[in-house]
Design a protein around this ligand. Structure first.
Ligand code: GLN
Length: 472
């Protein structure tokens, strides 16, 4: 099935004045009104703000100053700061916080219309949006299931046409896993490709900002706008931004794709999911693409290492929420320590508290070497696994998740089970490489997704292969 870009289709209509940006925005706002109460995807709808942006977009179009995204309605995971718009990170502790500045990636969207903020696990910690203080986002395919997480709100919005595209963040899989559960496409970029300035930090050595959309071409269009160096994020690199959209359709015919045996030998891998991914591989073989079995031997240590490293960074990043600088402040605290204690006790949810405790423990004197340092060494081994593999193959194909979307509540009492949902996404996160999740069919009416991994800075080829798979 050919999948044409929604952005380009709307661009044409806007430029030919078949629809105005204001009318388009009104359409999308009406769809949100109709669908959102059932899904709990949007946690705030910024009607006035959106219409103001849409009017401005219409002016830009009239003046011939429109850019590719001007007037296109989208949503932000509520982890992105927008000047003057409440930003909560799905946490009670940030409710009421109005940022005085806008995230760089958002600035770069050039006249696109931000409809409102969508749901996320609290500070992006989770795989189901169930840790959000706003409650879970429902899966668009089955309302008794989770949409995935932490970018569950954005994927549900894109899947149900409440927004054309979204920006999300991916630390350990938070774009790819929800995209997989809700049947849309999502890209985790190379660490350093897109500025995180103004995206609320979770674990800074892994946090990335990336696009979510219905088609690979739309992902490429958005990436082209948001990628590139930013003086406000010192981890971004001064590397030219490729023309990702022009590169689509030009996949080299002589590439070799790796199939990591550890990913397919996993005990918890659902047989239906495995079959769908194997179908993709079989179809690509028919097109003459070569495959090779590879080994990523340290895969099984990725989740344990990830859940030492990220809580360690979380414990540090969460320190700034002290009841004074941002958001919620305990009312009855009489002195400074009490302000800290009471605000943090009441403001943070259980998962955030669990990670602060885990991380503080892993970093404390006497345990640092045994936990944090060891996890960092494992991280290097995992990165080396990929470096070795990419000497032999150009790209790697895996399932995005071991199962389809689970039931709401199913994993909430078992954090370890919840953490294992990240088994296929955490390794690439630790290695800092790009990963693309694209739908590849359904099992029992729930979407299944295939993941494409590539070396650092290989977004172009990852998207090229994504486009081929999308059209199978
Ligand atoms: N599920 C992972 C976690 O809870 C991923 C989170 C993310 O990428 N933000 O840490």
């Amino acid at each position: 099935m050919k999948k044409s870009s929604m952005i380009l289709e709307l661009r044409k209509k806007l430029d030919q004045k078949k629809v105005s940006a204001v009318e388009l925005t009104q359409d999308y706002l009406a769809t949100i009104k109709k669908k959102n109460s059932e899904l709990n995807s949007f946690i705030s709808v910024e009607e006035e703000f959106a219409l103001k942006q849409a009017k401005h977009a219409d002016m830009m179009i009239a003046d011939g100053d429109a850019n590719i995204l001007t007037g296109i309605p989208y949503t932000l995971k509520d982890l992105f700061c927008v000047k003057g718009v409440e930003t909560t990170a799905g946490s009670n502790i940030l409710k009421g916080y109005i940022p005085p500045y806008t995230a760089t990636a958002v600035e770069r969207l050039n006249g696109a219309v931000m409809l409102g903020k969508t749901n996320t696990d609290e500070f992006a910690m989770g795989a189901s949006t169930e840790t959000s203080c706003f409650g879970p986002t429902k899966n668009p395919y089955d309302l008794s299931r989770v949409a995935g997480g932490s970018s569950g709100g954005p994927v549900a919005a894109v899947a149900t046409d409440m927004a054309v595209f979204a920006l999300g963040t991916d630390t350990g899989g938070s774009i790819r896993q929800p995209a997989a559960f809700s049947g849309v496409a999502g890209l985790r970029v190379t660490y350093g490709r897109v500025s995180r300035y103004g995206a609320i930090a979770m674990a800074s050595s892994l946090d990335t900002v990336g696009p979510i959309a219905k088609t690979v071409e739309d992902l490429a269009i958005i990436l082209e706008q948001i990628a590139g160096i930013d003086v406000l994020d010192g981890t971004t690199l001064d590397k030219p931004v490729e023309e990702y959209t022009k590169a689509l359709g030009k996949l080299k015919k002589n590439i070799t794709i790796g199939i990591p045996k550890e990913y397919f030998e996993l005990e918890g891998l659902d047989i239906g999911v495995q079959q769908k991914v194997e179908n993709v591989i079989a179809e690509l073989k028919k097109q003459g693409i070569k495959f090779k079995e590879i080994s990523l031997p340290h895969t099984k240590y990725a989740v344990p290492a990830y859940y030492i490293i990220t809580p360690s960074e979380v414990s540090s990043n969460m320190a700034r929420y002290d009841g004074i600088k941002f958001g919620y402040r305990a009312e009855n605290a009489s002195e400074l320590m009490e302000v800290y204690k009471q605000s943090r006790s009441a403001g943070f949810g259980d998962e955030v508290k669990r990670r602060i405790m885990l991380g503080t423990y892993a970093l404390s004197a006497g345990y640092y070497d045994a936990y944090y340092l060891k996890a960092m060494k494992v991280r290097t081994l995992i990165r080396n696994d990929f470096t070795t593999a990419f000497k032999d193959v150009d790209l790697i194909i895996t399932p995005t998740t071991p199962t389809t979307a689970f039931k709401i509540g199913e994993n909430m009492d078992d954090p370890i089970k919840m953490y294992l949902a990240d088994i296929y996404t955490a390794p690439a996160s630790l290695a800092g490489i790009p990963g693309l999740a694209i739908p590849c069919g359904e099992v029992d009416n729930l979407p299944v997704s295939v993941q494409i991994l590539g070396p650092q800075w290989s977004e172009s080829s990852v998207l090229q292969l994504g486009k081929v798979i999308e059209e199978l």
